[in-house]
Design a protein around this ligand. Structure first.
Ligand code: ADP
Ligand code: ADP
Length: 228
């Protein structure tokens, strides 16, 4: 589904953030990138949706090079969730969730149905929350909206960069549980960045441990626990 072939990233100042990475992420897989700060996780993630250009190598999405995709088509097909929620403050929750469906010109009924379904899926009572503004929601609730917004237009891939790390421990755990439910229901190819091994073990189908821009270990949670 997503394949890295000898991918490297060298920044302007000479920093080699990612060093000859070879990696295959399967369709429907929940793939977790973990490692110490500065090991290249975010750079790896952002190269997938072309937020950061590669210095060397190729990334494929199915059989096609991502460099050959129309950039809008690529971004629409890839949901992206960041650590810092960035909901549009002047828009309601429902409007925030349907930003991408709207760009894709979905019908009003279809957008509403999708938004309400997703809100209910993560425990936000749609009747109560649809017409609220982001500032009327707690941090954890806003982050839930950030997650379902990324899923709204049914992208093939979802990228998540430490999506829960700014939350208090209770909200974090509750969002991890929602993520497990979403994972079961939606079976999206997901690349999830974290520095929290407990979180990785809880969520991942496979975990990839990075250090200094390279993969040092890769396997299922079971394999990593048995063979640390
Ligand atoms: P992680 O997500 O694992 O913390 P990053 O991918 O953010 O790691 O960073 C990998 C390395 O690249 C680090 O050494 C970081 O300082 C460096 N880096 C990240 N972004 C830039 C940039 N825009 N310019 C120069 N160096 C960068
Ligand atoms: P780009 O060149 O891709 O437009 P920037 O160079 O502005 O992006 O940086 C991308 C992100 O990485 C920004 O969030 C920036 O704060 C961060 N960044 C920049 N330099 C470094 C660095 N040396 N280490 C870690 N992060 C960095």
């Amino acid at each position: 589904m997503i394949k890295f072939e000898n991918v490297s990233k060298r920044y302007q100042d000479g920093t080699i953030a990612v060093d000859s990475l070879n990696l295959e992420i399967k369709k429907g897989e929940f793939f977790v990138l973990i490692g110490p700060s500065g090991c290249g996780k975010t750079t790896t993630l952002k190269m997938i949706n072309r937020l950061i250009p590669l210095s060397d190598g190729t990334i494929f999405f199915d059989e096609q090079k991502i460099s050959e995709y129309d950039i809008h088509e690529l971004r629409w097909n890839i949901g992206y969730v960041l650590q810092q929620i960035a909901l549009f403050p002047h828009m309601t929750i429902e409007e925030n969730i349907t930003v991408v469906p709207e760009m894709k010109k979905w019908s009003k009924e279809k957008m509403k149905e999708r938004a309400y379904e997703l809100m209910d899926m993560v425990g936000l009572d749609s009747k109560m929350y649809a017409k609220r503004k982001p500032k009327e929601l707690s941090g954890g609730e806003q982050q839930r909206v950030g997650v379902i917004r990324a899923l709204a237009a049914d992208p093939e891939i979802i990228l998540m960069d430490e999506p829960f790390s700014a939350l208090d421990p209770i909200s974090r755990e509750s969002l991890q549980d929602d993520m497990l439910d979403l994972k079961k229901n939606l079976k999206k190819t997901t690349v999830f960045v974290t520095h929290d091994m407990q979180e990785a073990l809880k969520l991942a189908d496979r975990i990839c441990i990075m250090e200094k821009g390279k993969i040092v270990q890769i396997g299922t949670p079971r394999e990593l626990v048995m063979n640390p």
